[in-house]
Design a protein around this ligand. Structure first.
Ligand code: SF4
Ligand code: SF4
Length: 163
């Protein structure tokens, strides 16, 4: 289907990062798509650089194995991600609160206490509108635009070649 980018999100050849996954349970006999055997993420590090809490590592990698292939992503520090776009620092997506980023991983109790002390307006939105913490937001957005532009540039140049 695709590969995981530096930010640990699915990238596909057709859409880059611009998709949401859903599950359907079926008895239909489905042929699996072949694995994507090339890199979609070009390690531009735009997702790394835009992250307000340095949650995605540029030089530390997580490795997965699938069907004989080795897949590598940037290491993601999840508690930093919760702070970054989960509503706890003002530079995160939709965030209205500014807590100082802890120096090391907060305990579960500390993290609950941070989440409980979020700005009332944000807490209201999450409770009344059902808004979820906007995780995978800034890195998702910058990557989606980057890969879309790249794909567009390629299609333009091949059209130009045809002419
Ligand atoms: S922004 Fe760049 S480095 Fe990050 S996942 Fe997308 S292509 Fe890879
Ligand atoms: S969702 Fe926000 S905080 Fe989390 S990795 Fe992406 S940019 Fe960083």
């Amino acid at each position: 289907m695709g590969e995981l980018g530096q930010h640990q999100l699915l990238l596909t050849p057709e859409l880059g990062g611009r998709q949401k996954l859903v599950s359907i349970i079926t008895y239909a006999p489905l042929e699996p798509d072949p694995l994507v055997k090339y890199q979609i993420c070009d390690h531009c590090n735009m997702c790394v650089n835009i992250c307000p809490t340095q949650a995605i590592a540029a030089d530390r990698f997580d490795t997965f194995h699938m069907d004989g292939m080795e897949l590598t992503t940037g290491h993601l520090t999840k508690w930093r991600c919760i702070f970054g776009c989960g509503g706890l620092v003002s530079k995160g997506t939709f965030a209205m609160t500014e807590f100082t980023l802890p120096k090391s991983r907060p305990s579960t109790e500390e993290m609950f206490s941070y989440l409980a002390r979020k700005h009332p307006a944000q807490a209201y939105l999450e409770r009344e509108v059902g808004a979820q913490p906007a995780w995978y937001a800034k890195c998702y957005a910058v990557c989606a635009v980057h890969l879309y532009k790249k794909k567009d540039d390629k299609s333009l140049s091949s059209e130009e070649k045809d002419n």
